[in-house]
Structure formats: C-alpha cells, structure tokens
Design a protein around this ligand. Structure first.
Ligand SMILES: *Cc1c(COP(=O)(O)O)cnc(C)c1O
Length: 362
C-alpha cells in the first residue's frame, strides 16, 4: 500500500513512525492486556499516558510552571465561547484582531457575551496580510485581546506577538502549535484543536496562566470551566483518551527529533522550497504579503479557476491529495505541517513546474 502526500489543512498527516507504534500497540498496550481505547481513564496505565503527555508538552514548549495544560474536547471552536465564559468577566470588554475566518468566528461568538470590538481587520484585502497593532490601539480596560496566530485558510501568520501590556493575550494556535518555539510567557492563554499538527480530531489543548483561572461567569457550564478542568487534571469527566495517547506519541517523536528548534528549521526549509519557487516564476501567484506568510499553510493560485481545478485534480491523481484551496481564496493550499516530509514538498514543486509547462495560459 502506498501512502500519499496528504496536504490537507486538517485533519492532516501524522508521522509514519507514530502510526506504526500506534498500530503495534493497538490491540494490546504494554502489559495491560488491552487497547488504550478500552482502558479506564482512572487506571494507572492510562494515568501514566496522560501525565507523561502533559509533561512532555511542557518540556517541548518550555511552558512555565505557572501555566496549566488542559486536554479538553469540543475543538478550537468550543474555546471561542469558553474564552468568554472564563475571561470576559471583569469589565466584560475584549478586543479581537480579525485576520481570517476563524478569528471572525471567535469574534462573532464573543459578541454574545459582552462588549466585544474588532480592533483591526484584514478583510479589506481578503485577509492576505496580518494587521499591525500596537498597545495604544487596545482599549485600556479590556479583559483580554484575542488573536488567531496562524490563519489556516488564508495562509498567513502573525509576524509579531502583539504587545498588550498587562492585558492577557489569548491566541488560537490550532494550525501552528508545535511548528516552532513560542515564548509562552507572552500569552495568557493558548488554545489549539489537535487535528492540524498534533493528533487525531477530538482533542483540544488549552494552556492557561494560573492567575487567569477562577474568574468564570457563575453560569459557566462545568465542561467549559478551565479551573474545574485544571483541578481535575483534565479528568473531571472522561477525557479524549485515544487522541491524548496519540498526542503523547507525537510529543515523543518531536523530542526524539530535536524538539521545536529543529522542527522550525525543517519547517522553514519546507516552506522556503515552495515560496522560493513561487517567487521565481509568474505562472502561479502567492496572494499573501511576504511578511505575513505562514510556514504551515501555503496558498497559491493560477488566476484561472479552470486551471486551478485541473491542477487539484491532476495533483490528486499524482499522489498529492487535498491541495484544493478553501473556497474563500480559491486556487490551491498546501498544508505542510510537521509530519509532511520535505520530499513531499520537493515533489510537489516538480509537479507544479511540469503542470505549468503542460498547461500554458491562453
Ligand atoms: C481548524 C481551525 C479551527 C477550528 O477547529 P475545530 O477543532 O474544528 O473547532 C479554529 N481555528 C483555527 C486556526 C483552525 O485552523
């Protein structure tokens, strides 16, 4: 059986060695006599899995002791509301930077819960850049500032971390978590759906500074209450046991391969392979401003919707799957998360060259 190069934006590729380990342990994990899927989350075997995963994530991201790591369910989209339940409780005001669809959805959700404002937006240019915002732009009395650090659909990433002063910065890192080192101390909260760069769908990671716990609205559903989850080691109820186990394997894979510094170097090289080619020719256009380019999601168009369609279908036949762009950008999007090998990107570039030669524009 041949595995393809899967350029899906999410769920997306997992490291082959992780899948192989999971397969070898699928029916019987260690000496437990059962699959991880069949284990009680209260069993010593499972506790070892979840606590090791948590500790390895702390090591990988260099997460200080005054931050809690939560393994939750509901996807990043559930956090759009959870952030409000937990944090929009001081003045009830928050500022959102809208740089794509997910940050817009987060903003629209937050509007239900308080006095929420768009402080800057890149919608004027179809989100092809990340707005520059400085400390004076934020209202001084807000409970937090919200950003989406990497915009999965448009292929942009914040080239800077906004300076919010003493106001907590909340970041959706669903499509860039673990792609490179980040200074966690610059953020009050980091959250991410796992299915882009960490694990199968079903797990949501929340990293929250301790002093931000215990502020939630009185009507907060238990499942949304970060403090309750932190006090119960993410096991107030049944956690997403199997995705956490796979995440743990991915964390070990990252640690064994040099951690996030090494991952950044590898990801930079992969992204440069595509961007250097895109910048060297005129058949394809990369719509994103250079300073805001994502190293995880690379968007490009031919400028002709029929050619774009043909490209996606021929690419799929050649083993480059899920490269069609999101309908709001059109064209193509190559999502090149951690598990995409550089050979996949090099072969894609070779395919792009051949396609351009075989399909001259009229
Ligand atoms: C995929 C994605 C989401 C949505 O995640 P779900 O887990 O499906 O809710 C939110 N934000 C970003 C940046 C994403 O890439």
């Amino acid at each position: 059986m041949n595995r393809v190069y899967n350029f899906s934006a999410g769920p997306s590729m997992l490291p082959l060695s992780v899948l192989e380990t999971a397969a070898s342990e699928l029916i019987c994990y260690g000496e437990s006599g059962m699959s991880v899927m069949e284990m009680s989350h209260r069993s010593p075997d499972y506790e070892a899995i979840i606590f090791e995963a948590r500790d390895n994530l702390r090591k990988l991201m260099n997460i200080p002791d005054n931050y809690k790591i939560l393994f939750l369910q509901g996807g990043a989209s559930t956090q759009f509301a959870s952030v409000c339940y937990n944090l929009l409780t001081g003045t009830g005001k928050a500022d959102y930077i809208v740089s794509g669809q997910f940050s817009k959805k987060a903003y629209q959700e937050a509007k239900k819960y308080g006095d929420v404002r768009v402080v800057a937006s890149s919608e004027d240019k179809n989100n092809s850049y990340v707005p520059t915002v400085s400390r004076e732009d934020f209202r001084p009395d807000i409970d937090y500032v919200h950003i989406c650090y990497n915009n999965t659909i448009y292929g942009t990433k914040f080239p800077y971390i906004p300076d919010t002063g003493d106001v907590p910065l909340v970041a959706d890192m669903s499509s860039c978590i673990l792609s490179e080192p980040v200074d966690v101390t610059k953020f009050g909260v980091i959250y991410a759906g796992a299915q882009k760069n960490v694990a199968p769908a079903g797990l949501t990671i929340v990293i929250v500074r301790e002093d931000l716990l215990g502020r939630c609205r009185p009507d907060t559903p238990a499942m949304f209450d970060w403090k309750l989850m932190a006090d119960n080691d993410s096991m107030y109820n049944t956690p997403p046991c199997y995705p956490i186990y796979i995440a743990g394997l991915v964390f070990k894979w990252l640690l064994a391969n040099g951690g996030l510094e090494a991952m950044k170097a590898y990801n930079d090289k992969k992204a440069a392979t595509l961007y250097d080619y895109l910048d060297s020719q005129s058949y394809y256009v990369a719509p994103v401003e250079k300073a805001s380019r994502s190293i995880m999601n690379v968007t490009f168009v031919t400028g002709d919707p029929d050619l774009d369609k043909k490209f996606a279908s021929e690419a799929a036949k050649a083993g480059f799957k899920n490269i069609k762009g999101h309908r709001s950008v059109g064209g193509m999007r190559a999502s090149i998360y951690n598990a995409m090998p550089i050979e996949g990107v090099e072969k894609l570039v070779a395919f792009m060259k051949a396609f351009a030669e075989a399909n001259p524009k009229k």
